[in-house]
Write a protein that binds this ligand. Structure first.
Ligand SMILES: [Zn+2]
Ligand SMILES: [Zn+2]
Length: 77
């Protein structure tokens, strides 16, 4: 049995994710997202998809990156 590190649930179908060299245990993707997903530097939304990374900062979309002053990023190329 493995315990979810986000909510503490002891669940027989828990799974592990290796994140930056550390093995983390979760009972659901929701808990994994809560623990691991970055947040958009502009609007605070959890970035679950690819997002946009500019100069080491993560944004949920090009719109937010552009609002934060990043140039040369566009969703619709
Ligand atoms: Zn959990
Ligand atoms: Zn955003």
């Amino acid at each position: 049995m493995a315990k979810c590190e986000t909510c503490g649930n002891d669940y027989d179908k828990a799974f592990q994710i290796v994140h930056e060299g550390t093995t983390r245990t979760f009972d659901s993707f929701e808990c994994a997202i809560q623990a691991l997903a970055p947040t958009c530097a502009h609007c605070g939304t959890r970035v679950i998809g690819h997002g946009c990374e500019a100069d080491g900062t993560i944004y949920c979309c090009a719109h937010c990156a552009t609002h934060a002053g990043v140039r040369g990023i566009d969703d619709r190329v």
